[in-house]
Design a protein around this ligand. Structure first.
Ligand code: PLP
Length: 384
């Protein structure tokens, strides 16, 4: 039985409004949205509405949304698509050292193949990008800068507006991409990610379906598609479109925006309470990794001293607490964690580092029960 689901940053449950919107379409939207007959036009109309809604909520150019098969694909399209279409010889790609692997790996892949020069932007102990280092790195060959709006592990929110200003000063031709997969449920992207040219979203972090994402285009930048063979999605993502998934993303985003102010306060208060309960019962054995950086309201990244994270996660799972030890895409596999390395977290704290993330369905009761279970498990492991 699940006592507390504290892994909303990995995936959060589908919103009831999404089920209500998508359910009836399962029966009625049989046609291919590229078909020219009435049924096809009806499907295309629904898809276009979803596209316009996402575009409007994220400050895109009209129709400037490419629906993809998830956040990973949208990140890959941004990185590889910009580099391959930029027309710069030996283009430089600047990527923060704590990006999700969906950004880091395509950038590394391009660098290995000699298609780009990759420079990693360092971060401070709280995961914030070094703006001086960024400014010093920008130059005529910079084709792309990719810095996430908020980090998936720590929750730290990056100064995207200042990053955009630095690029406008020193490399105005460069494209700024931001992975807003984690930020989208909590932040107004029109302000928090103002100045970014390309923005990545993922459906299942918002309460939409899994397997859908979007690359939001804020201005027309040359992009080479990753998938060709039909020219759907502005010619940037071929293949018959998944209208229902696109609708799920649009509805989930609309609901997240409508609930945001209230939810941010509610979830922030619950996170504070969770931390206070853990600190009260476990004292100096628990450390918050980024106690004072601007961060997403639902993220609580902490280290439990004297406990191994892998053992802790297994024991928590047995006790009914769902938590995670790193990137959700690699969860289960606690490989060397590039984010914790980048913030230079001491090995003693890295060993017991876990991520607890709260979300839309988190309740007071769940926080209380979750905190009790975590304390009990930590005490058991500490005396074992
Ligand atoms: N970017 C970030 C910051 C993420 O947290 C994730 C998923 O954990 C992704 C990208 C990948 O998104 P998706 O699971 O939709 O492929």
């Amino acid at each position: 039985m699940v006592v507390a689901y504290l892994d909303h940053a990995a995936a959060t449950s589908v919103r009831p409004e999404v089920l209500e919107a998508v359910g009836p379409l399962l029966d009625t939207l049989a046609a291919n949205p590229t078909a020219t007959h009435a049924e096809g036009r009806a499907a295309r109309h629904v898809l276009d509405d979803a596209r316009e809604e996402v575009a409007e909520l994220c400050g895109a150019i009209p129709g400037g949304v490419v629906f993809t098969g998830g956040g990973t694909e949208a990140d890959n399209l941004a990185v590889t698509g910009v580099v391959r279409a930029c027309g710069i010889e030996a283009p430089q790609v600047l990527v923060s050292a704590i990006e999700h692997k969906a950004v880091l790996e395509p950038a590394q892949h391009l660098a290995r193949r000699g298609e780009a020069e990759l420079a990693l932007l360092g971060v401070n102990g709280e995961g914030l990008v070094d703006l001086h280092a960024l400014a010093a790195s920008l130059g005529p060959s910079t084709a792309l800068v990719s810095v996430m709006t908020a980090n998936n592990e720590l929750g730290t929110i990056q100064p995207i507006v200042q990053i955009a200003a630095a690029i406008a000063n020193r490399a105005p031709h460069a494209v700024l991409h931001t992975d807003a997969v984690q930020a989208a449920p909590w932040l107004d992207l029109c302000t928090a990610a103002r100045g970014a040219d390309l923005v990545t979203l993922s459906g299942h972090k918002l309460g939409g379906l899994k397997g859908v994402g979007a690359l939001v285009l804020r201005r027309r930048v040359p992009l080479e598609p990753l998938i060709v063979g039909g020219a759907q999605e502005l010619g940037l993502r071929s293949g018959t479109q998944d209208v229902l998934s696109a609708v799920s993303l649009a509805v989930a985003l609309r609901c997240a925006v409508a609930d945001r102010d209230h939810e941010v306060e509610r979830v922030r208060a619950l996170r504070r309470e969770l931390w206070q309960r853990l600190e009260h019962d476990l004292g100096a054995q628990v450390h918050q990794t980024v106690p004072s950086a601007p961060s997403l309201p639902g993220h609580l990244h902490l280290s439990v001293l004297g406990v191994d994270a892998e053992e802790l996660l297994v024991a928590l799972d047995r006790a009914g607490v769902c938590a995670s030890g790193g990137s959700s895409c690699a969860s289960g596999a606690l490989e060397a964690n590039h984010v914790l390395e980048a913030i230079a977290l001491p090995p003693s704290l890295r060993r017991g580092a876990v991520r607890l993330t709260l979300g839309r369905t988190t309740t007071q009761g769940e926080v209380e029960a979750g905190a009790r279970a975590i304390v009990e498990v930590v005490r058991q492991l500490s005396t074992a």
